[in-house]
Design a protein around this ligand. Structure first.
Ligand code: SF4
Ligand code: SF4
Length: 140
């Protein structure tokens, strides 16, 4: 699947994460993945946790390399190894408690009201925690 990559760079020129931090380069990641023999050689890949799963790279790759799906898979593999950055773990905990990674503050609620926007949706109490617990079970 990765061997069809001819290093054109379309993916990296579409990537917001790479724009913010040029060290995080999806094209170079593909190059590195082609070279390694198995998962034990992977190590920590910083780009993983900056990726917003926007699918721009995957949608634009002329060779149809499923880049975003690959990054999601690599995130799952990292999670199984217990290699999740503290900041991401904190976001998961916040999500479990507030149902948002960044809990909405009062000023947002009042601004939405002023603009005639509906209240932000909120899952039923405990629903998000249940989903996270289910996901954790899967990754054991
Ligand atoms: S856009 Fe596709 S072919 Fe081009 S460098 Fe990226 S993965 Fe390779
Ligand atoms: S899916 Fe991730 S790697 Fe691909 S363009 Fe978006 S942020 Fe970059």
């Amino acid at each position: 699947m990765l061997n069809v990559c001819y290093q054109c760079g379309t993916c990296v020129s579409s990537c917001a994460a790479g724009l913010v931090n040029p060290q995080k380069n999806i094209r170079k990641l593909v190059q590195a993945l082609i070279r390694i023999a198995d998962e034990s050689e992977l190590g920590d890949i910083d780009l993983l946790w900056l990726c917003t799963t926007c699918y721009q790279c995957e949608d634009r790759c002329p060779e149809g390399v499923p880049l975003t799906s690959l990054l999601i898979q690599l995130k799952n593999m990292a999670a199984r190894r217990g290699s999740v950055p503290a900041s991401v773990q904190k976001e998961i905990e916040t999500l479990a408690v507030h149902s948002y990674t960044y809990p909405p503050v009062k000023s947002i609620a009042s601004r939405r009201k002023r603009l005639g926007l509906p209240d932000l949706p909120c899952p039923e109490e405990g629903e998000m925690k249940m989903l996270i617990d289910l996901a954790r079970e899967r990754f054991k």
